[in-house]
Design a protein around this ligand. Structure first.
Ligand code: UTP
Length: 407
């Protein structure tokens, strides 16, 4: 894209201030800015005031496969899962593109050391969990790692320096997720530097479109991968590609399996699996009416009782049905570093604008069927969102100790 084209593109959307410093830039900087203007999807700006619709459909319960059923069908589920893993039909995808702002560490969240007597990195714990299955099935499961432009180099370097934490290097593929522009409350784009528009990762649902853009669907086809287990970087206890979960999802013949945990209390603040207008969905805790909170299933148990933990097994053949423009856009108020009108960098202490994100949980509603699969909370759910308190390094350490993991 040349300057005239960039100017026309930005003028058409009322953002020509992005080229304000163009004449001052070096040739390389000019090229970088033009490239960013060419590659960035500015259509997200039109979603301001029109992001997540407040209107929801009609909710109804969606029964989960509970521990008792999993136990009684264990061998059958396990065998089906192992067969799929051994046949190379199952891949894992680590979502590591987030900014981890709540944890407050500068580097990628996975590089955070949660050890006490020795270093134990979050990435190390995650890879160790996956290695259990690799050993159990004698199969090197294909592992995709989604990073972002902000943390890719540090992440790749860290994996290399640590010898991939024992994983087989040629079975790991890193790819960067797409970035979304960030703007002020009037929709004007911020500049991060004179040659760069402020951007942030486009949300964890970005994994699918970013993977396609990186050409990785070729690996899916070439290797016959039919299922992808998507999981968050910060849950250090979760099992990944565990045979019973894989087997249960395949045998249920659904588009996606979702690990869920039984709620600790009816009003616990977790998103709950359900149906919305007969399609799988997730109802947020603040959307649960009193009536829904007290509703019971045929066994007399709470009908909306299973919270999601961001660990899903997607059937790859159904993913083309998920289209970005049908998905809600979460427009979040955040602190966005920028340069002021004099070109000086500013790091705001308070939120000063919008970031745009699409979320994996909204992908579920685009699909026709889902199996909520119960896992035991204390064995599989130790998220690290904060440094202290709820869902923190401290709480995760306690749970790891309970599971006899040395720290
Ligand atoms: P969170 O929603 O906890 O966000 O991500 P975060 O960015 O890690 O942390 P905060 O909110 O800034 O404190 C849940 C999972 O989704 C990934 C994260 O890396 C984490 O594994 N994620 C999130 C992405 O991969 N990309 C994104 O754009 C956002």
């Amino acid at each position: 894209m040349n300057y005239a084209e960039a100017k026309a593109k930005m003028t058409a959307i009322g953002q020509e201030h992005i080229l304000k410093y163009y004449d001052e830039l070096s040739e390389t900087q000019k090229e970088n800015l033009l490239k960013q203007i060419e590659e960035t999807d500015f259509s997200v700006l039109k979603r301001i005031g029109n992001g997540v619709s407040g209107e929801r459909g009609v909710f109804s319960p969606l029964a989960a496969m509970q521990i008792s059923e999993i136990e009684s069908r264990k061998q059958e589920l396990y065998d089906a899962g192992v067969a799929a893993i051994k046949a190379g039909k199952t891949a894992a995808l680590l979502l590591a593109g987030g900014m981890g702002t709540r944890l407050g560490s500068d580097g990628p969240k996975g590089m955070y050391d949660i050890g006490i007597t020795k270093p134990v990195y979050i990435f190390e714990r995650i890879i160790s969990n996956l290695l259990d299955i690799v050993k159990e099935t004698d199969t090197w499961i294909r592992l995709f790692v989604m990073t972002s432009e902000k943390n890719n180099d540090a992440t790749v370097k860290f994996f290399k320096e640590n010898n991939y934490f024992g994983y087989k290097a040629d079975r790991v593929v890193f790819f960067k997720q797409d970035m979304a522009p960030a703007c002020d409350y009037d929709g004007k784009l911020y500049m991060e530097t004179k040659d760069r528009i402020s951007t942030s990762p486009n949300g964890n649902a970005g994994w699918y479109s970013s993977m396609i853009r990186a050409g990785l669907d070729k690996i899916l086809t070439d290797e016959g991968i039919e299922w992808i287990n998507i999981f968050a970087v910060d849950n250090v206890l979760q099992r990944i590609c565990d045979p019973c979960f894989v087997g249960a999802t395949i045998l249920a013949d659904v588009a996606v399996g979702s690990k869920v945990v039984r709620k600790a209390a009816p009003d616990e603040k977790v998103g709950v699996m359900c149906l919305e207008d007969s399609k799988p969905s997730i109802v947020e805790y603040y959307e649960l009416s009193e009536e829904m909170m007290n509703a019971k299933d045929a066994n007399g148990d709470p009908a909306y009782n299973y919270g999601v933990i961001l660990n899903y097994l997607f059937r790859t053949s159904d993913l083309s049905k998920v289209t970005d423009d049908k998905m809600p856009m979460h427009i979040v108020k955040k602190k966005i570093p920028y340069i002021d009108e004099n070109g000086n960098p500013v790091k705001p202490d308070e939120p000063n604008g919008y970031k745009f994100e699409q979320l994996v949980l909204d992908m579920i509603h685009q699909l026709s069927s889902c199996l909520p699969y119960e896992v035991i909370r204390d064995k599989e759910f130790a998220p690290i969102k904060n440094a202290t308190g709820v869902d923190s390094v401290e709480s995760a350490r306690e749970l790891l100790k309970k599971n006899n993991i040395e720290l």
